[in-house]
Design a protein around this ligand. Structure first.
Ligand SMILES: [Zn+2]
Length: 285
């Protein structure tokens, strides 16, 4: 498992599963001739996207950034359509670090689409689900939490009842931003979904920014390269404009949940990559 230290924060990437989605949908209006130079695709034009939660350890607390695609939520047809060749191995990942799901103090949910939220609950009987991280506070923006429970005709495909009903007592929401511990903030951006948030950590000179699905991979660095999946693409562009500029000035690390090749990259003031954390790759079978 890859690790990164940023000031007081230790980051470890866990195994939350993988999907393979259409490259065109993941790069929106960007022509294939351009995006294919930045990120590999297979013969079905799909690109490999991990759904790997980051274990974030700060000041003796264990946090997770998002929760993976779970183990028992997707039907055979969905596994096929979403190109899921591996489901979540989160419990095993935590065990290998001497931790269990009960040691997680809080989960920072960037948004609640199924590929981020399925790991929050598990099936215990037919049509019966329960919370996985029983001791955790689950943070999400007020707007996201509202939409999850009241999805519209489009977002109903991404917000699933089985992922929110069992956790209602654990959820804590915020309007614009919340400081979870000193220096660690969740900030509402909208864009990918109306309630989408990013995560910012600052400790002295050290900074990381988790842009979540407004910069899902290193190939999405360009401020104008936003997903066709985004509900409010212009808001994604503006949020990227702000937070890429901010991060370049701070020489920040950018961390990824979906990137199948790089876990994190660091940029200088000109936006040139100066460092990276590679993902250790393996075959799915
Ligand atoms: Zn996503």
């Amino acid at each position: 498992m890859e690790k990164l230290q940023v000031g007081r924060a230790s980051l470890t990437w866990l195994k939350g599963g993988v999907s393979h989605l259409d490259g065109g949908a993941m790069f929106g209006v960007v022509p294939k001739a351009l995006w294919q130079k930045k990120y590999p695709h297979n013969d079905k034009n799909q690109i490999e996207l991990r759904a790997d939660p980051i274990l974030l350890q700060v000041d003796g607390k264990n946090f997770l950034i998002d929760s993976g695609i779970g183990n028992d939520k997707l039907e055979d047809k969905q596994l096929r359509n979403f190109g899921v060749l591996e489901q979540s191995k989160l419990e095993a990942s935590l065990e290998s670090l001497g931790l269990s799901v009960h040691d997680i103090d809080a989960i920072l949910m960037t948004h609640l689409h199924y590929d981020h939220a399925c790991g929050l609950t598990k099936k215990v009987a037919e049509d019966t689900y329960e919370s996985v991280f029983k001791n955790a506070t689950i943070y999400t923006s007020e707007v996201e939490w509202h939409e999850m429970r009241n999805p519209n005709i489009r977002s109903v495909n991404s917000y699933w009842e089985m992922n929110w009903k069992p956790i209602v007592d654990q959820v804590e929401t915020y309007e614009k931003e919340i400081e979870v511990v000193e220096g660690l903030k969740m900030i509402h951006t909208s864009g990918h979904s109306d309630g989408h948030s990013i995560i910012l950590f600052e400790d002295g000179e050290e900074t990381f920014i988790h842009m979540a699905d407004i910069m899902p991979t290193h190939a999405h660095q360009n401020k104008l390269w936003v997903l066709a999946y985004d509900d409010y693409p212009i808001r994604s562009v503006h949020a990227k404009e702000k937070w890429m500029e901010f991060g370049y000035q701070k020489k920040a690390w950018y961390t990824f949940y979906h990137d199948a090749y790089l876990r994190a990259v660091k940029f200088n003031e000109s936006g040139e990559k100066t460092d990276e954390v590679k993902r250790e790759r393996y075959e799915y079978n």
